[in-house]
Design a protein around this ligand. Structure first.
Ligand code: FAD
Ligand code: SIN
Length: 538
């Protein structure tokens, strides 16, 4: 069924995604325009909602912007853009102050008679600088931002709407430079596909952790924004840099539950089954070395010993401390029969963060006019080859602020909205075939885990490449012949993102940051972004 644009879907500015990037932008953009914010599940469901550690930001007199910049660049292994790093770090305090004004309550501690933020420490940071709300920072951020967005008369939030594809003037065979004029979305409540015309479409759709069998990400993280942009003709950068978090809980009942790096900041140690602190063998910083290094050390240890997991030992801190500093983690673990004050926590690395994505400036603008990208979906040059812990929420805040600041000028110069043609779709709906979607989904996640994980070789990448080619063909056939469903749309995006990760990893003939390839163990002299041009994967 096709749907004409109805009034409920009209807006100059359409934001896709209700995590920190989409919500922060919508709030500020509402000062200049009416905003339609679309999100594919309930509005709180996002990677943001699960953030634990906090926001890296220089607030202490013992810290400095220069140190934060240095730590970010070191972690990024030669691929950070220094200008971007400087601007994000320097904007941080102002953006965090806005969150506090909005009602976000960061944990504080007493210093003499003064209250000051309680700063967490995480891997790769030379100072304590992570503001947090206990260990549920993301939930607090999401709650405050959503409440403010819902209170704004200028913003309409629509849940259960899946963005499908961008509509461009090129696709519509219109003259002039290519630009985005709107998008098609699936309204899950009615199963109708609706065309929306807009002057600017802002993708704030998060990452693609679900490409992997084991991930800390929730189900929404299927790389929809990157896939949509790529299909619209945008080149995608640095997708090989998938960050694996070293310490995801190893437990069948909670396979995506994160054990925050902040535990290691407070003295937790990664140990093997014999209780040995093996990470020191690869880096003197041991458990607090940057994530790529710790995750690789764990991967090697598990392969050498045949163990199914390693452990995070924080028994030294005792019950009182753990209950106060990490209440949610402690109670979740106890609910699963693991008392972190009495026993080491079983952990494994899991896919966590997409460092690459849609190349974007800090104000979200991309190479395609009318398309903006904010937050994890974007690749600005802040993270380089390996993101420094807790820099992602910060980047999203800074980007959202700058994008909203650019909006009045953009709207003034942008051209009139365009009427978008009806959606044409396949009619078939075959229940027997629908099960193939689940099979393909599982196959992709398994093969990405087996062949495109922490330690890569060219042979394994090629194996993944040829399997993905077949899967992509099969998914495309489904897409054209069947009525679209949310699951099919996600599978299509997941398959494309998986292929982008593989192509990018094959293109990088060196081991840098998160891309470790045994066939190219050395660093090349001149660091370069990997860019996959539109059309090379179909
Ligand atoms: P998200 O918060 O992921 O939001 C994406 C939104 O887009 C969602 O609402 C989703 O439903 C919607 N969406 C996606 N596709 C579509 C579509 N096709 N149509 C409609 N809607 C769509 N970073 C830190 O800096 N500090 C931390 O402490 C921290 N802890 C983390 C802990 C966990 C467990 C995880 C998973 C990540 C953590 N990160 C942390 C990373 C950080 O949370 C994310 O990078 C950040 O929240 C991304 O924000 P975002 O707004 O870009 O995307
Ligand atoms: C964590 O709390 O370990 C996650 C922090 C991050 O991903 O930045």
């Amino acid at each position: 069924m096709a749907g004409r644009p109805s009034q409920e879907f009209e807006a100059e500015v359409v934001v896709v995604g209700s995590g920190i990037a989409g919500l922060s932008f919508a709030l500020k953009a509402a000062e200049h325009a009416r905003v339609l914010l679309l999100t594919k599940k309930n509005a709180a469901e996002s990677n943001t909602n699960y953030a634990q550690g906090g926001i890296a930001c220089v607030t202490s007199s013992e810290d400095s912007a220069e140190l934060h910049i240095r730590d970010t660049m070191e972690s990024g292994a030669g691929l950070c853009r220094e200008r971007v790093v400087r601007e994000v770090v320097q904007d941080g305090p102002a953006r965090v102050a806005e969150l506090v004004a909005l009602g976000v309550k960061f944990t504080e501690r007493k210093n003499g008679s003064q209250q000051e933020p309680d700063l967490g420490k995480e891997a790769g940071h030379s100072k304590r600088r992570v503001l947090h709300a206990g260990d549920i920072t993301g939930r607090e951020l999401e709650k405050a931002l959503l409440a403010a967005v819902r209170a704004s008369p200028q913003i309409r939030v629509r849940e259960d709407i899946v963005a499908i594809d961008l509509v461009t003037t090129k696709k519509m065979k219109m003259k002039g430079p290519n630009r985005v004029v709107g998008l098609y979305v699936l309204d899950c409540a009615t199963q109708r596909v609706v065309a929306i015309s807009a002057k600017v479409v802002v993708l704030a759709t998060g990452g693609c952790g679900k490409c992997y069998l084991y991930t800390t990400n929730p189900g929404i993280a299927t790389g929809d924004g990157v896939a949509m942009a790529y299909r619209a003709g945008v080149a995608i950068a640095n997708m090989e840099f998938v960050q694996f978090h070293p310490t995801c809980l190893f437990h069948p009942s909670a396979p995506s539950f994160l054990i925050s790096e902040a535990l290691r900041g407070e003295g937790g140690l990664v140990v093997n089954t014999k209780g040995e602190d093996f990470t020191k063998k690869t880096d003197p910083r041991g458990s607090l070395a940057p994530r790529d290094i710790v995750a690789r050390a764990i991967d090697e240890e598990m392969k050498e010993s045949g163990a199914v997991c390693v452990y995070l030992d924080i028994r030294s801190k005792g019950s009182d401390f753990l209950e106060k500093r990490f209440p949610a983690i402690t109670s979740t673990l106890r609910g699963l029969g693991i008392d972190p004050a009495k026993q080491p926590i079983p952990v494994v690395p899991a896919a966590h963060y997409q460092c690459g994505g849609i190349p974007a400036e800090l104000n979200g603008t991309t190479e395609l006019q009318g398309l903006w990208a904010l937050g994890e979906v974007a690749c600005t040059g802040l993270h380089g080859a390996n993101r420094l812990a807790s820099n992602s929420l910060l980047e999203a805040l800074v980007m959202a602020h700058r994008a909203a600041g650019s909006l009045p000028h953009y709207l003034k110069k942008s051209v009139a909205r365009v009427s978008i043609p009806d959606w044409k779709e396949g009619k078939a709906h075959d229940a027997d075939e629908m099960v193939v979607i689940t099979h393909n989904w599982k196959e992709i996640r398994q093969l990405m885990w087996d062949y495109v994980g922490i330690a890569r070789t060219t042979k394994r990448l090629r194996r993944a490449q040829s399997r993905l080619r077949l899967l992509l063909e099969e998914v495309q056939e489904f897409y054209w012949n069947f009525r679209v469903t949310g699951d099919l749309l996600e599978l299509r995006n997941l398959a494309l993102c998986a292929a982008l990760i593989v192509e990018s990893s094959l293109a990088r003939k060196e081991s840098r940051g998160l891309n470790a390839n045994a066939d190219y163990p050395k660093l090349l002299k001149a660091p370069k972004d990997t860019v996959i041009r539109a059309g090379s994967i179909r």
